[in-house]
Design a protein around this ligand. Sequence first.
Ligand SMILES: [Fe+2]
Length: 387
Amino acid sequence: MTDRKDMTLTSSGFYVSQEAPISCENPTPTPTVPAPDILRCAYMELVVTDLKRSRDFYVDVLGLTVTEEDDEAVYLRTLEEFIHHNLVLRQGPVAAVAVFGFRVRTPEDLDRAVAFYEELGCRVERRATGFTKGIGDSVRVTDPLGFPYEFFHDVEHVERLAWRYDLYTPGALVRLDHFNQVTPDVPRATKFMQDLGFRVTEDIQDEDGTVYASWMRRKPTVHDTAMTGGDGPRMHHIAFSTHEKHNILSICDKLGALRMSDNIERGPGRHGVSNAFYLYLRDPDGHRVEIYSQDYYTGDPDNPVVTWDVHDNQRRDFWGNPVVPSWYRDASLVLDLDGNPQPVTKREQASELEATIGADGFSYTRSADEGGMPEWKLGEYKLGHQL
Ligand SMILES: [Fe+2]
């Protein structure tokens, strides 16, 4: 942990520091061999309990393009995805995440992935023909945090639909932006991901240094994945991006018009963390999907790390709107390499939900020495302030 006095407080209420201000007391061993060179988060395989119902949601409502499908699985992509898919829906008995897929720079990076995870004693499987349609030689692992990851380089490129403006809808989803994972020990998970070559861009912590969440990137955006503190390993959400924030408002209008407002969990709004516009949806199995737009460039190697105080009302919603409790509590199971749900370990450290909206929680938009909240505001029903 970096002392607050060693961070620079900005006029927007967050702090910046040059290195991630997160220290870990029980790290996973750092492998002696190099990590695979990961390009980006590339696809997720979701197990769904009613394939037709889920296909209706992702294709008819959200407008994803079907690359290929059969009785067991549907392979989907956004309009600016040029490889075979960035989402696979697979029929199965238990709603869960089967794989978090990452593309690596070269075929040799698959050998590096095998050596990296074998040194950690992880279960590793390799298939020259790939595990999934549209993807060649690949490596699957259960990582030290319990998550199922796949690494691949060889892909099938498909027709580029980015120029097909006749196919764009008002709420068009253009790219897969990121994953978000739930893990009990965020500093430990962050340290492991740093060993894997990720850089921290933002985090949420309290004055004692308890870390509630961290955001990490390979591609030059705010993140390819984030670690959210909670019972895990579980999957918090998968996020697809739109070009503009008005596209997100169109999705809200469409869900309203279809009498599907129940599928909206939180938002629309503007995040403090990431500065992106957002909307959270739940699919027919309860898997959480974020629609996300317009974060910022992080590709410079000395990009400073942004730290938000857990009690800052604007960290998760820049307009100060409350975070609903389900958003903190609910997440999807993840599977081991045999397809069985991974056991979930309880988070022992402080919970963000309890720190900010529980009976003992408090939060602020401006500090008490700046005058605190006006009296009329104290009477508002506002989670995170007086519940
Ligand atoms: Fe997200």
